[in-house]
Design a protein around this ligand. Structure first.
Ligand code: NDP
Length: 329
């Protein structure tokens, strides 16, 4: 009998809603794989699933969407994977806060030899997010200036590194002086403290000779949405991709005209990894840049599965920097 320690919620709520329990796992069915996790990636989306902002399909339910580990059993008709192989996933849906999990083979990507399990868990989902945002949602060009919110976070630091590699100038917002310094070390050209800047869009205009930026990547949501709109140049694009401060208020469509015939998109990773080809190409781009040293995920926090409540409190309390991982023995 195979068992797994899993974190579940019975109802949406605060971090205390999460509980650890031991469950029996059925052997993997056709096209499925049993993975023993070694490192779990912590992502802000986990807090949305826990709080109910993003409703789960049923309750009780597991949480966590990203992990790395080892193939422990193969279901029928799985090709291209072997027992003992190191694999990772980021698009299999909530349930990754667990010591073991059965996952569809099509969701798994092999971890290259030069990449450790904890780095894979720290970089895969966040790196694929940066990949689609800077290459496909808005293909940035060398010499351009972009505004990136939460630049010292998990996605934020990887974005700074990737954009530096592409020759893009990054104006990044951060919540503290320490985070400003960190973002700068990772490629943010102009870190801005939201609290000290006053009117963010005026600051962005002063840094761009009055023009504004052609794209804003905004994962903070409600608190920054309006200033993001005002920071854009005519026909610029607001990429609203997260809600760390809450869901943005409804948008007045005419405001897009008033601020310069703007574009607005609300993308999610799932729609940019719609099939196996998109998933493997995005993951390969991330792992390639990690192997080259262009992407160097900063693991700012390491937790045990038992510490998951504290992990969520720190993430939501803006106390984390870079990526956070849960390590398993
Ligand atoms: P982060 O490590 O970036 O943590 C969130 C950060 O947001 C905080 O550290 C904090 O940084 C900032 N923040 C600003 N205002 C608040 C607030 N009121 N409460 C809490 N945090 C705040 O998390 P991730 O790297 O995991 O994710 C970053 C964002 O990207 C999230 O919003 C997430 O939902 C989104 N995302 C979206 C994806 C998509 O495909 N749409 C995929 C992956 C992530 P500071 O103190 O510096 O402001």
């Amino acid at each position: 009998m195979t068992t797994s320690e899993v974190v579940i919620i019975r109802a949406p709520g605060a971090p205390e809603a999460m509980e650890l329990s031991t469950v029996t796992i059925e052997p993997p069915g056709p096209l499925e794989v049993l993975v023993r996790h070694t490192a779990i990636g912590l992502n802000y989306i986990d807090t949305y699933h826990r709080s109910g902002l993003y409703p789960l399909p049923a309750l009780p339910h597991g949480l966590g969407v990203e992990a790395a580990g080892v193939v422990e059993a193969l279901g029928a008709n799985v090709i291209g994977l072997e027992l003992g192989q190191r694999v990772a996933y980021a698009t299999a849906g909530p349930g990754a806060y667990a010591t073991r999990r059965v996952v569809k083979a099509e969701q798994l990507v092999p971890i290259p030899e030069r990449v450790s399990d904890e780095v894979a868990a720290a970089a895969l989902l966040k790196g694929m997010t940066v990949e689609y945002l800077v290459r496909r949602t808005y293909p940035v060009r060398a010499g351009e200036t972009v505004l990136w919110h939460a630049a010292a976070g998990g996605v934020g630091l990887l974005a700074c590194q990737w954009l530096r590699h592409l020759g893009v100038r990054v104006i990044g917002t951060v919540g503290s002086r320490e985070k400003a310094e960190l973002a700068q070390q990772h490629g943010c050209d102009v870190p801005i403290l939201y609290k000290e800047v006053g009117d963010l869009s005026e600051k962005v205009r002063s840094l761009t000779a009055g023009a504004g930026v052609s794209v804003v990547y905004d994962s903070v949501g409600r608190a920054t949405f309006q200033s993001s709109l005002r920071s854009l140049s005519p026909r610029g694009l607001l990429v609203s991709f997260g809600n760390a401060s809450g869901k943005p208020d409804p948008v007045d469509v005419l405001a897009l005209a008033a601020h310069g015939s703007l574009f607005l998109t609300r993308p999610t990773l799932a729609h940019y990894t719609r099939d196996r080809a998109e998933l493997t190409s995005s993951a390969a781009a991330v792992f390639e840049l990690v192997a080259q040293g262009v992407l160097q995920p900063l693991i700012g926090q390491r937790f045990n599965l038992r510490d998951v409540r504290r992990a969520h409190r720190e993430l939501e309390g803006r106390q984390t920097v870079g990526s956070s991982v849960i390590l398993l023995d």
